[in-house]
Design a protein around this ligand. Structure first.
Ligand SMILES: Nc1ncnc2c1ncn2[C@@H]1O[C@H](COP(=O)(O)OP(=O)(O)OP(=O)(O)O)[C@@H](O)[C@H]1O
Ligand SMILES: O=C(O)c1ccc[n+]([C@@H]2O[C@H](COP(=O)([O-])O)[C@@H](O)[C@H]2O)c1
Length: 221
């Protein structure tokens, strides 16, 4: 049974592969805001990008290895079971139906995702279903593109994180998380060049990539 009063926080991603840029900001955010759990939610068909290079089972295995010693995290596999594009708003609607209208629900994103969010399926309506918890990401500390987007942000941004626990949805909280300059793209590119990326992700994940020969073929470079 879930606790319907605790803030439930999801971190969605392609995780091709999972890396410290996902884990460390989420850990800092959880400490700061008071999250008991962060649920990682890998997608199957990413809506706004190319298909991942690693298979569903490889991405899932890497997530499992990354969080084996990190009890803060668990996994929600629902998007992996859908063959259609993993629109976040559809997933949030399903979670709302399961958990009820009063459950505080949050979707964690990096600053890069905040900048593109108005073009996501459902756009601003995402906030009807969840809060947005935004982690800092180097290179993406820009203003939102249009004045409408900036107004939307201003209307919903809160600086007091207590509101995240009190309301079920509708707030945007930009947290002061550590700047971690890592991307999955960089990891894939380094591996395609035959370079090491041991400092960018957990050792167990690096060992798995080696065993599977992941991100070695040039076709995905
Ligand atoms: N270094 C980082 N700092 C903060 N947030 C991050 C970082 N890397 C990824 N995120 C956030 O994690 C979520 C999932 O990201 P994703 O799995 O696409 O990783 P990525 O490194 O951005 O991948 P890619 O390079 O393939 O686009 C997104 O909301 C993204 O903004
Ligand atoms: O719903 C959408 O239109 C949408 C568009 C882009 C990204 N998302 C979700 O945002 C999360 C981060 O996406 P990504 O591409 O950075 O891995 C992941 O859960 C995606 O499914 C969702």
């Amino acid at each position: 049974m879930h606790d319907s009063s605790a803030l439930y926080a999801l971190l969605g991603g392609t995780f091709d592969p999972i890396h410290f840029g996902h884990l460390k900001p989420a850990e800092a955010l959880a400490r700061h805001v008071g999250l008991r759990k962060v649920t990682l939610m890998p997608n199957n068909v990413p809506p706004h990008r190319q298909q991942p290079e690693a298979s569903v089972s490889q991405r899932l295995a890497m997530i499992r290895l990354a969080i084996a010693q990190r009890p803060l995290f668990d996994i929600d596999e629902r998007e992996l079971r859908r063959d259609a594009p993993s629109y976040t708003i559809d997933t949030l609607r399903a979670l709302r139906a399961e958990r009820g209208l009063r459950q505080p629900l949050a979707f964690i994103i990096g600053q890069d995702s905040l900048l593109t969010l108005p073009s996501w399926h459902g756009g601003y309506r995402l906030l009807d279903y969840c809060h947005l918890l935004v982690c800092q990401r180097p290179g993406y500390n820009q203003q939102m593109k249009t004045s409408e987007d900036r107004q939307w942000l201003q209307q919903h941004q809160v600086t007091d994180y207590a509101q995240l626990h009190q309301k079920p949805a509708g707030c945007i909280y930009i947290a002061r998380t550590p700047l971690i300059d890592i991307s999955a793209t960089e990891i894939r590119q380094r591996r395609h060049r035959g370079e090491s990326c041991d400092d960018l992700l957990p050792a167990q994940v690096a060992a798995f990539m080696d065993r599977e020969g992941l991100y070695r073929d040039l076709h995905g470079a």
